[in-house]
Ligand binder design. Structure first.
Ligand code: LLP
Length: 425
């Protein structure tokens, strides 16, 4: 527990010099902090590209990056350049992907409660596929097509009733879920029958997403087995297993690779005797490990016999995952990347909440001091994308590094940004 940060938790191109300083993408991290300030998201572009290429090699060209994990126009472009389609789940994500220049045919549109306006935008694009989630949505699509729009290609989202081994909030494949048509009770069957019969859509496949941060590929195999008879009965061309592959965040965790995940899923599909295109939508597995977040330590409070609090200049506004899911992270000092970490502290943010914790029980180097730059690895997924302005904290910039160069892809938020929608009336 008190050892140095395992290199496996750092982005692919991480390198440490003789003095212990960390570089990513050939750029010294502390120099990045000098230039862009803290908090700062640093993404290893090679790492992102390598995971996209792995996904395409493992699943084929229909594999989509789930943009909810991390979306900027640079990220959308990068994933598409590497051959991925994009999964977008709201009108906002759709707009960003289109603004990035991703061809609409390479977009898959999701959402459990798509509005008519969102569906109209998807149909007008027109996106390559819509994953239908409810009977009301089927009604809306029919109404929009009746107005003269082209019939979309659709997948029906089926809830297989499979319990993935993950946090309760991250499970989506259990029958008691707001997502998809449950197998249990026949709704899935009714939705497929309706989509097949409707001239307002072309049914191409079924979709199931069982949850997120799933470590055990057997959960996906169970979902495939549960849905296989269904896919066979309807002679569908496409079977999407959604996203959900877990990643290692802390010492001692290991996760299957994208390739191992794809191999298990494909094997399960073959064992079920299906001849379909297997699709998937990884989000976290593409981006989580690619980034670190850099903070500045502002104050250290030692409560003798109780604990030590190390407060940094960000918090739940740039990483709400510890608060929401009790998620664990590691911490280290980019000035002494490989230093032993014997000191146990609680790393907290600057928000006016006791729950504003970044790492509940962090092991850090003995000499950690006020003014240090402290970093948390594996923060590339669901940090920036779930960030907020709580306490009117300014959201951090995002920097991509590659081949010794840094490019700012999202600038730091300003007070003018905070005021931009405040009409003062
Ligand atoms: N496809 C669908 C339909 C999804 O709902 C999701 C995630 C994905 C793909 C991508 O899942 P991934 O490969 O990233 O696990 N905020 C939570 C995760 C919520 C995931 C929601 N849906 C977290 O920070 O852990």
């Amino acid at each position: 527990m008190s050892g140095p940060l395992p290199r496996s938790l750092l982005p692919d191109t991480a390198a440490v010099d003789d003095t212990g300083r960390l570089a990513i993408g050939g750029v010294d991290v502390l120099e990045l902090v000098e230039r862009f300030g803290t908090p700062l998201f640093v993404y290893d572009e090679e790492h992102l590209r390598a995971r996209c290429r792995e996904a395409v090699a493992a699943f084929g060209p229909g594999v989509a990056y789930a943009t909810k994990a991390f979306l900027t126009t640079a990220m959308a472009r990068l994933a598409h350049e590497e051959g991925m389609q994009l999964d977008v789940a709201t009108g906002g994500e759709l707009a960003i992907a289109l603004r990035a220049g991703v061809p609409p045919a390479d977009l898959v549109f999701h959402g459990n409660n798509k509005s008519s306006a969102e569906l109209a935008a998807a149909l007008d694009a027109p996106v390559g596929r819509i994953v239908v989630d409810s009977f009301d949505e089927l009604d809306r699509i029919e109404a929009l097509v009746a107005e003269g729009r082209e019939a979309p290609r659709v997948l029906v989202r089926v809830n297989p009733g499979v319990e993935a081994h993950t946090h309760r909030f991250l499970q989506t494949g259990v029958t008691d879920s707001k997502f998809g048509f449950p197998l249990l009770g026949g709704d899935a069957e009714r939705a497929l029958a309706r989509a097949t019969a409707s001239p307002a859509m072309e049914l191409v496949g079924i979709h199931a997403h069982i949850g997120s941060q799933v470590f055990d590929v057997a959960s996906f195999e169970r979902a495939v087995a549960a849905l296989a008879p269904f896919v066979a009965a309807h002679d569908l061309e496409e079977f999407s297993v959604g996203g959900g592959l877990g990643v290692a965040y802390v010492v001692g965790e290991t996760a299957p690779t994208i390739t191992e995940w794809a191999t298990a899923v494909r094997r399960a599909v073959a064992e079920a005797g299906l001849d379909v295109a297997v699709l998937a939508e990884p989000g976290r597995a593409i981006v989580a490990g690619a980034a670190i977040t850099c903070y500045r330590v502002g104050t250290i409070k030692e409560i003798p016999g109780v604990r030590t609090y190390v407060a940094v200049d960000g918090g739940m506004s740039d990483n709400p995952r510890p608060v929401l899911y009790g998620s664990g992270y590691e911490a280290f000092l980019p000035r002494a990347t490989d230093a032993p970490r014997p000191r146990r502290v609680r790393i907290v943010g600057k928000h006016c909440e006791s729950g504003d914790v970044i790492v509940d029980e962090a092991m850090v180097p003995e000499d950690l001091a006020v003014g240090d730059v402290l970093a948390t690895p594996v923060t590339g997924a669901y940090g920036h994308s779930m960030g907020s302005n709580y306490n009117m904290v300014l959201r951090p910039p995002v920097v991509f590094v590659r081949d010794g160069r840094a490019r700012l892809v999202v600038r730091r938020e300003t007070v003018d940004d905070l005021l931009a929608r405040d009409l003062g009336g």
